[in-house]
Each structure stands twice: as C-alpha cells, then as structure tokens.
Design a protein around this ligand. Structure first.
Ligand code: MG
Length: 219
C-alpha cells in the first residue's frame, strides 16, 4: 500500500482514501472558464497515484496535456463522521504540499460528456506529496502560502485565505457524506496559474516558504 512520510512519527504512514476538491479558488475556476461552485466539488484519486519514493512524475502516453495543480494537503489523524467545522482541526494530524496532476485533455473530454474525472486524475504518480508536518507545529488560525516552480520559474503562488471553502468547511462537508479515517488525505484545491509540464522539467513546491517542500522530475 502507498505510504507518506510523517514527521511526527518519523516514519511512514499508510495512505487510505484520497479526497480532492475541485474549483476551490475563484481565480482558478475562472482561468478554466468554469463556474464558481456553491458547494465543495469532491472527487477521489486512487491511492496508487501517491508518489513518495522516486520523486518523479510519469507522463502517460494517453495524454498530451498534463497540468500541475499545487495544493495544500491535509493528513487525517482519526476517524470521524459528521464533524462540525468548529472541531475539524482536531481530526487533522498533519499538513503537506502536493500536486494534483491532471490530464487536462482527458478531463475535458470527460467534462464534455458529463463523465467522471477519475482517469484524468488517477494515473500512477499523479498525487505526489511532501513530508507532512505535525499540526502541533502549525498556527491553524493563519493561512498557508503555496508556491510552485517549473525549472526555477514561479508558476503558481497562492494563499489559502483565497479558498472558497475553508479547511474546516471541507472537513465538515466531506465527513457529512463519508466517514473519514486516519491516513486519509484531502487535496484542498489549486490557486490560479496551472499549466502544462513537459518531459525533463524540474518541479518544486513549497508550503509556507520551506516549512515542507516537494521536488520532482518529469519523466
Ligand atoms: Mg486540483
């Protein structure tokens, strides 16, 4: 089973369900000509998409347009159902930064037909994540800063204060439908600036200016 690195336990933690949120930043919804949602838009990735060992992302032959989406990723620490937003942070054990890689051409075809996005979002290596930082080291009242570079050029820079639905609102919403468990991840959506990656690119993502980082090479 795929695992992630968790600084609190100085060990690996098995990944359970991977929840993702679409269109959680208004400027990103606009750049893809999508409407801004009135409720969180939730989808899943297969946990085979987790990549923590080789620090590479593999471009699938089925797509000619794989996009980066840098996102704050939440690590769930305990089981919970119908969690109120005021208690949401108690269920989060760590935070990290990850990339929701998306085969935009495959996704567009699925959207046109009203089909699920799963295959566009679910290729192997399409959910790389950094080491997770324990929530005890975080001031959860403050927003998070997200940065993403391709070949040392800054492509995305956002703050979670621009999220349409906040972290507590997302935990409340998801857990209202489905019990969350230790080892679940929540990708919380991407700010604007998404774009294509190409073979040979060097990628870097940083949460809060180096609190935790992710570096990747595109194969
Ligand atoms: Mg995304």
């Amino acid at each position: 089973m795929p695992v992630v690195q968790f600084q609190a336990q100085q060990s690996q933690l098995r990944v359970n369900t991977i929840y993702c949120i679409g269109r959680n930043y208004a400027e990103h919804a606009k750049e893809l000509n999508n409407p801004v949602p009135t409720k969180p838009m939730v989808f899943l990735k297969p946990n085979a998409a987790i990549e923590t060992e080789n620090q590479t992302v593999k471009l699938p032959k089925e797509s000619n347009d794989v996009h980066h989406e840098v996102e704050l990723v939440l690590l769930i620490g305990k089981k919970g159902t119908s969690i109120h937003r005021d208690q949401a942070w108690e269920y989060i054990s760590g935070v990290g930064i990850g990339i929701d890689f998306t085969a935009r051409d495959i996704q567009q075809k699925a959207k046109d037909k009203g089909h699920p996005w799963t295959l566009a979002k679910g290729f192997d290596t399409f959910a790389p994540v950094s080491e997770f930082i324990p929530i005890s080291k975080i001031d959860t009242a403050k927003s998070f800063d997200l940065k993403f570079w391709v070949n040392n050029e800054l492509k995305q820079h956002g703050t979670t204060s621009d999220m349409i639905f906040s972290v507590p609102e997302l935990v409340e919403y998801i857990s209202g439908f489905s019990t969350i468990h230790e080892g679940d991840l929540i990708f919380t959506g991407t700010p604007e600036g998404v774009g294509k990656v190409s073979s040979g690119d060097s990628l870097k993502a940083s949460l809060n200016n180096g609190l935790t980082e992710l570096t990747l090479r595109v194969e």
